[in-house]
Design a protein around this ligand. Structure first.
Ligand SMILES: Cc1cc2nc3c(=O)[nH]c(=O)nc-3n(C[C@H](O)[C@H](O)[C@H](O)COP(=O)(O)O)c2cc1C
Length: 308
């Protein structure tokens, strides 16, 4: 008996993806690092490492610490800056047929607007993911994401500077993520992604000092998945925007939880460090799940657990 191939394509706020699996910013570099392990064209989209106006060297080392069910990082947005990103990283990605989503971060609202303008004029950018949720930088970052009014201001400024789809990446380190999501939606965001890392820390009991050079860091990996699924569930009920769900996705089963909670697409992050082909395994497993459950369209899964 021939099997009908399920339709995996999704539309995330105007970004057309042939399948719903993308990469989480900062865990997949700009692509070349993973090209030996998988055919990049098979990804639904690539979300690249966070870009700032000027190059950044990041925070003091150590910047990574393992925990029992995830990692703490305090990279601090190390990146080559927007000009080098455009001249060096984008031409490589232009060889592939997949939407390139650029994650942007800044110290001020103007930084975000300037970045959005520059990237809109660069060839080969399909959309922007606005990082207002990085816990590892002194200025900007999570400050913008914690205050609904500031989050809305950044969103409005980016929208005014670009015609590209704008995805706003939210922080779980707030009392009400729904309040932030609602303001960001009102300000014109085309989609949301969540979650960024959960603020945490670890202490070295031999040295009696914090492990990370920056003291605090962002927790990611399997430990954060229940928090991420919870916020996708809550925000899906409140805001009618497509959601890219992420946080601890290691297997297809993890990804399916996010779809059922309300995600339209998913991003694989920390799992790439353990298994560079994690995105491919997740994609294959989603396809199998759709077959096994007689579901023809991935979109039928979105929010299904919410329906009675
Ligand atoms: C080493 C590292 C670097 C990251 N860098 C960024 C970044 O530059 N911009 C951003 O928005 N999120 C960044 N993140 C957050 C991830 O994109 C993702 O939201 C988070 O890790 C949760 O997903 P996961 O549990 O699958 O890793 C980073 C995460 C890690 C582990």
């Amino acid at each position: 008996m021939s099997r009908i191939k399920p339709n995996l394509s999704v539309n995330v706020g105007g970004i057309l993806m042939k399948n719903p699996v993308t990469t989480a910013s900062g865990t997949f570099g700009f692509g070349p690092e993973y090209a030996p392990y998988l055919y990049l064209n098979r990804l639904g989209a690539i979300v690249v490492k966070g870009i700032t106006l000027l190059p950044r060297t990041g925070n003091p080392t150590p910047r990574l610490a393992e925990t029992p069910a995830g990692i703490l990082n305090s990279i601090g947005l190390q990146n080559p800056g927007v000009e080098r990103f455009i001249s060096e990283a984008l031409p490589f990605l232009a060889n592939y047929d997949l939407p390139v989503i650029v994650n942007i971060a800044g110290d001020t609202v103007d930084d975000y607007a300037l970045l959005a303008g520059k990237l809109s004029r660069a060839p080969g950018v399909a959309g922007l993911e606005v990082n207002i949720s990085c816990p590892n930088v002194k200025k900007g970052g999570m400050q913008f994401g914690s205050d609904p009014a500031m989050a809305a201001e950044v969103t409005r400024a980016v929208k005014a500077s670009t015609g590209l789809p704008v995805i706003v990446k939210l922080s779980p380190n707030v009392t009400s993520i729904v309040a932030v999501a609602e303001k960001v939606a009102e300000a014109g965001a085309d989609a949301l992604s969540m979650i960024n890392t959960v603020l945490g820390m670890a202490i070295d009991i031999k040295k009696k000092r914090p492990v990370l050079g920056n003291v605090l860091g962002g927790l990611s990996g399997p430990a954060v998945k229940p928090v991420a699924v919870r916020v996708v569930w809550q925000v899906y009920q409140a805001v009618k925007l497509p959601i890219i769900g992420m946080g601890g996705i290691t297997t297809a089963e993890d990804a399916i939880e996010f779809f059922l909670a309300g995600a339209t697409a998913v991003a694989v992050g920390t799992a790439n460090f353990i298994n560079p082909r994690a995105t491919m395994d997740v994609l294959k497993g989603i396809e199998n799940y759709l077959h096994e459950n007689g579901i023809n369209e991935i979109s039928e899964l979105t929010g299904l657990a919410q329906k009675t």
